[in-house]
Design a protein around this ligand. Structure first.
Ligand SMILES: *[C@@H]1O[C@H](CO)[C@@H](O)[C@H](O)[C@H]1NC(C)=O
Ligand SMILES: *[C@@H]1O[C@H](CO)[C@@H](O)[C@H](O)[C@H]1NC(C)=O
Ligand SMILES: *[C@@H]1O[C@H](CO)[C@@H](O)[C@H](O)[C@H]1NC(C)=O
Ligand SMILES: *[C@@H]1O[C@H](CO)[C@@H](O)[C@H](O)[C@H]1NC(C)=O
Ligand SMILES: *[C@@H]1O[C@H](CO)[C@@H](O)[C@H](O)[C@H]1NC(C)=O
Ligand SMILES: *[C@@H]1O[C@H](CO)[C@@H](O)[C@H](O)[C@H]1NC(C)=O
Ligand SMILES: *[C@@H]1O[C@H](CO)[C@@H](O)[C@H](O)[C@H]1NC(C)=O
Length: 746
């Protein structure tokens, strides 16, 4: 109530302790009435740091609480700024125009030998009155003494003005920093000879208070209350406090360093002795307690990213643009649509009244419906985006970096436009993992857009797998991934469009001009390069797991491009084996992997061996239509090798075209790749080198004398040919058994 007199303008910004965070030591009271009492302050013994003990007085008569430091009331404790707001008294003096008597009372603020100093930034020395000279005697923490004065004079009552404290009835002076003592007194003999002020009864005041809380009113001077009233007037004063006398530098080396919470910082007191603690940027809570500083969830404030997506992180947050838009909201670049459409201003010349009005009504309705629809669509898109790990992806693939040729996130709209709303006529093929559409992007780039048929989380994960793997690969024999779209129910992949179909089409579709041997050999080499690159050259080892002819695409120049990484697994480069559920395509997968579930790089080598066999024989690895009786191509191939009638099962076309020796060498390599035990198969790098050597000899049939590895290879080949037939036949029979068991399992 007494505050009212000086505080008509005050707006107290209450410091509220963050919800759910411990503010005091366990078992300690942290509230007195409505005032929070965070550690190092405390009420009960053992709950406070030395010098921060407070008492909480409860008045049972009117149910109020009073928090006191000594005999000064504490209104508020501010941890982040190391301040307290206290109620302090005022000095006053009243002049009686009838008796000409002067009555006065003087006050002092005494914070000597406490941890508090008076903030010189927020507080001012205020003096109010007519014909008033006030002295302020001060002392700082070094026991230096200061004295200032403030004069306020009124020529007449009419010269006073509300709100201005300019020496007319009111004056303000700043104070020096680091004070812990002040006392105010009046010069009772002060006479400025303005006689008119002696005509009325009036009082003068002096106080040290928060400048922001003070607003001068003319009636402070002109209206006189009962004198006892003034003795109870309190004004807010802001005090700084520090936790100890040492500087941060010294304290941090000491045992009783008080900033014990992680993510806290030490702040040297600039206007006094000692230091205080604060939570680091992006954290809030109590730095004086262990784990007292907690991450601020900035995203709880929904307006913080205004329109973009907010991602809370320890100590901060990020604003990300929604899918299909570009921008950098964290750095003040607002998100804008990727395909920035010009909003066509509709200008309608209203010629004839009623007709035009009707038109506008229709248009408005149409617009409204469209907007509602768009909004619903947008919500749905956002849901899918989340479901499709959009946020994760967005961090993986920077949306702003597509200019540098990296992956990009496409909006659904853009892809719908590119594929004519996924028109049937645009379907290129239906793979095991989904449908592939041909699309033409707005920049006239032709792309293949892959869309899964089934909506299962596992399937989506497979897609994400492909995206993550392809985003790390850059090889001329691997299909390039331009980007993806996460806004559809299932993620869409946007790949390089490869025009000439799959290797499988070229080999097995009837009536198609068959590939020449030299092309087949080159395709084999390019495929081997791609696989070898995946195994070793990429930043982490990648096993494709689904290598087959229909996953090798050919472009106009018949360059091979490996595709479909849906089943691929990436592993740390020094890890060589992983156990997984068997995945792959029947006829291509490694029998050892099939039996043990142990995935190694040699599984891909086996699949590649099957492709080599296909290239040599132009037969499908395992199909009901195989004219070969008793099992698949592989079994047949190996039998033919064993029984030395290889040339009977080779494609007659290449027997005519290819040098006999070259065919033989590829056949031997094929047999090696198809070894039953993974350890016996060559590594992919070895296969690649071997194929390079073989194709290098296309021109001259004679081997040029080459590296040691070549001769050792030849040596093993000879040894191989001489190997006992028993081993090969064991291999064959085991394999057959596996293939048969696989058949039963399905
Ligand atoms: C308690 O409150 C009543 C009513 O406001 C007051 O008269 C009394 O003096 C208060 N007692 C103390 C100890 O402050
Ligand atoms: C303490 O941290 C808060 C929040 O980061 C900041 O507002 C305040 O100014 C800091 N206090 C000091 C004394 O630096
Ligand atoms: C005025 O002051 C005189 C002397 O200082 C004193 O005797 C007298 O009682 C005072 N009058 C009042 C009304 O306070
Ligand atoms: C100052 O404000 C008070 C009310 O707040 C009003 O009664 C008074 O007339 C004002 N004085 C001047 C000089 O404007
Ligand atoms: C103040 O000064 C004026 C002129 O200097 C004098 O007439 C008057 O009596 C003085 N008043 C007091 C209270 O000393
Ligand atoms: C004293 O001041 C009051 C107003 O404060 C006024 O009404 C009264 O007339 C004054 N008396 C004398 C003797 O000047
Ligand atoms: C801090 O210094 C003041 C005076 O410089 C002294 O009175 C007080 O005891 C000291 N406090 C501590 C905790 O050292």
């Amino acid at each position: 109530m007494f505050w009212l007199m000086f505080l008509l303008h005050v707006v107290l910004v209450r410091y509220t302790a963050p919800e759910g965070l411990a503010m005091g030591k366990p078992g300690c009271r942290t509230k007195c009435g409505t005032v929070d009492v965070p550690f190092p302050f405390g009420i009960e013994p053992g709950c406070f740091q030395e010098g921060f003990d407070l008492t909480c007085q409860h008045n049972a008569t009117d149910g109020t609480y009073k928090l006191l430091s000594g005999n000064v009331e504490v209104r508020e404790i501010l941890l982040p700024t190391s301040q307290v707001r206290m109620d302090t008294g005022i000095s006053w003096q009243c002049y009686d125009n009838i008796t000409r008597n002067i009555t006065y009372s003087s006050t002092e603020l005494n914070f000597k030998s406490t941890r508090f100093t008076i903030s010189h930034i927020y507080n001012k020395f205020v003096s109010i009155g007519c014909d008033t000279l006030t002295y302020n005697t001060m002392m700082d923490y070094n026991n230096y003494k200061y004295r200032t004065g403030c004069v306020s004079v009124c020529y007449s009552r009419e010269s006073l003005q509300n709100g201005t404290c300019s020496g007319i009835g009111c004056c303000v002076t700043p104070i020096p920093p680091g004070l812990n003592f002040c006392s105010f007194s009046f010069d009772t003999n002060f006479n400025s000879s303005t006689l008119s002020v002696r005509d009325f009864k009036r009082c003068s005041f002096a106080a040290l208070m928060e400048e922001d809380s003070f607003f001068f009113k003319t009636y402070y001077v002109t209206k006189v209350y009962d004198y006892s009233y003034y003795s109870n007037v309190r004004v807010p004063t802001l005090l700084d406090w520090s936790i100890s006398n040492e500087t941060c530098e010294v304290a941090q080396r000491m045992e009783n360093y008080e900033c014990v919470s992680s993510n806290s910082v030490c702040i040297d007191q600039t206007t006094g002795l000692g230091y205080s603690c604060n939570c680091s940027k992006g954290y809030h809570g109590n730095p004086y307690l262990e784990d007292g500083c907690q991450d601020i969830n900035e995203c709880a404030d929904s307006s913080i990213c205004s329109g973009s997506i907010c991602l809370n992180e320890p100590g901060g947050y990020q604003c990300l643009c929604p899918p299909g838009t570009l921008g950098d909201p964290s750095h003040g670049v607002a998100c804008y649509p990727r395909d920035h459409k010009m909003h066509i201003g509709i200008t309608i010349a209203i010629g004839g009244g009623a007709g035009a009005a009707l038109l506008i009504l229709v248009l408005a309705t149409w617009f409204l419906i469209r907007r509602l629809k768009l909004r619903r669509n947008k919500k749905l898109k956002q849901k899918f985006f989340k479901q499709n790990h959009g946020l994760l992806m967005q961090r993986l693939i920077s949306p702003t970096e597509d200019a540098s040729g990296r992956m990009k996130i496409y909006g659904l709209e853009e892809l719908e436009k590119a594929t004519n709303k996924f028109d049937q006529t645009r379907i290129l093929g239906c793979g095991g993992h989904g449908t592939v559409y041909k699309g033409i992007l707005s920049d006239l780039r032709v792309v293949a857009i892959k869309k899964s048929k089934i909506i299962k989380q596992s399937e989506i994960n497979q897609y994400m797998n492909e995206v993550v793997i392809l985003s790390q690969i850059n090889h001329r024999n691997v299909v390039k991934l331009f980007g993806c779209c996460l806004e559809a129910e299932v993620p869409l992949l946007v790949n390089e469009f490869i025009s000439n179909g799959t290797l499988s089409d070229h080999l097995h579709v009837q009536g198609r001009r068959s590939l020449q041997w030299k092309d087949r050999l080159r395709i084999a080499l390019e495929t081997a390069r791609a696989i070898s690159y995946l195994h070793s050259a990429a930043s982490m080892s990648i096993f494709h797991r689904d290598i087959k002819c229909s996953n090798i695409l050919l472009d106009d120049c018949l360059t091979a491009k490996l595709s479909d990484f849906g089943a691929s697994k990436s592993i740390e480069i020094d890890q060589t084996v992983i156990i997984t559920a068997v995945q792959g395509t029947y006829g291509y997968f490694d029998p050892e992997y099939y039996h043990t579930g142990r995935l190694t790089e040699k599984s891909d080598v086996y699949s590649f061996g099957v492709i080599l066999a296909e290239l040599l024989t132009r037969k499908k690895p395992y199909s009901i239509c195989t004219s070969l009786e008793g099992g698949g191509l592989i079994a047949h191939f190996i039998t033919a090798m064993r029984e030395n009638h290889l040339f009977d099962i080779l494609d007659s076309q290449i027997v005519e075209e290819g040098p006999r020796e070259q065919l033989e060498e590829v056949a031997v390599l094929t047999e090696k790749c198809l070894r039953l035990r993974g350890v016996e198969r060559p590594g992919m790098k070895e296969v690649e080198v071997r194929l390079e050597v073989i194709s290098g000899s296309t021109k001259g049939l004679e081997h040029p004398t080459q590296s040691g590895s070549q001769s050792s290879w030849d040596h093993t080949r000879v040894a191989n040919n001489r190997k006992s037939k028993g081993e090969i036949s064991r291999q064959y029979s085991l394999e057959e058994e596996i293939l048969l068991s696989a058949e039963f399992a399905r």
